[in-house]
Design a protein around this ligand. Structure first.
Ligand SMILES: [Zn+2]
Length: 264
């Protein structure tokens, strides 16, 4: 039941959020596109649909099924302690997000992982479609890691569903090209990741790119010294320095990128 309802919720949030932020981006864009938005969207959506089709075959509901399994068998850390369900839910979201922060950091620091993650960073403009522009290799690896984490933690299916839903919406919001009032960004930034924080992470400047790894919460960056705030937002150029030609960033280039020449 939760497996079927969960995938319905995830899919609705994913496509609903994409449409919602796309409309907002048209109404109140952060800045004008420097390359064709239509072409970028075609490539990003081609990658998204391709990934969904393949991963659907390999991992359909695997994370939620793992959560059902560990809950039924009372495995994992959270099933060994007596805490209120709400505390466990909060711990699930915080723990999974922290692990994602570590995983993201490794994607930048380990050359093998960067080969895949650079597909995401090679987008020349950042908008809501960037949130879903990932190489299938990175997504498959992160799915395996998430399954192991759910096993270790003993997360409930509901906890996993809430975490995955929050993840999708936060990722879409922080990648979106939206003009957002400064006061809102400042309040949001205390706990969460606003677009301006994540824009710094997508800078071509490597020193700026290797900061601000958080997806849901900004506190991990703050506590572990990877937070960068002091950057002129108007001067940020999005992308990877070595990939500046849009005609070299089509679907098939992105798919082959991990096995091409290594660049920082
Ligand atoms: Zn990154």
């Amino acid at each position: 039941m939760i497996e079927r309802d969960g995938s319905f919720v995830r899919l609705s949030l994913f496509w609903g959020g994409l449409l919602f932020f796309l409309v907002l981006e048209f109404l109140s864009p952060y800045r004008k596109s420097s390359v064709s938005k239509v072409k970028r969207w075609m490539n990003n959506m081609a990658l998204t649909v391709f990934n969904s089709l393949i991963l659907q075959l390999a991992f359909a509901g695997a994370i939620v099924r793992t959560a059902i399994y560990v809950t039924t068998h009372q495995w994992g850390v959270l099933n060994m302690v007596a805490l209120s369900p709400w505390v466990k839910l909060l711990m699930t979201v915080a723990f999974m997000d922290f692990m994602l922060y570590i995983w993201h950091l490794l994607n930048h620091d380990v050359p093998f992982l960067w080969r895949f993650h650079r597909v995401h960073h090679s987008d020349l403009n950042m908008d809501v479609s960037t949130a879903t522009r990932f190489h299938i290799g990175e997504l498959a690896l992160s799915a395996v890691i998430r399954i192991c984490l759910v096993f270790f933690l003993g997360a409930s299916p509901f906890g996993v569903l809430i975490f995955e839903s929050a993840l999708v919406l936060c990722a879409q919001f922080e990648h979106s090209s939206l003009k957002i009032p400064g006061w809102f960004e400042r309040i949001f930034w205390v706990l969460f990741v606003p677009p301006s924080m994540h824009r710094i992470h997508h800078s071509v400047v490597i020193k700026e790119r290797n900061t601000n790894y958080g997806t849901i919460f900004s506190v991990w960056d703050r506590w572990l010294g990877t937070l960068l705030t002091d950057v002129d937002q108007n001067q940020i150029r999005i992308g990877v320095g070595a990939y500046q030609k849009p005609e070299k960033l089509n679907f098939h280039h992105l798919l082959a990128m991990p096995i091409t020449r290594y660049v920082r």
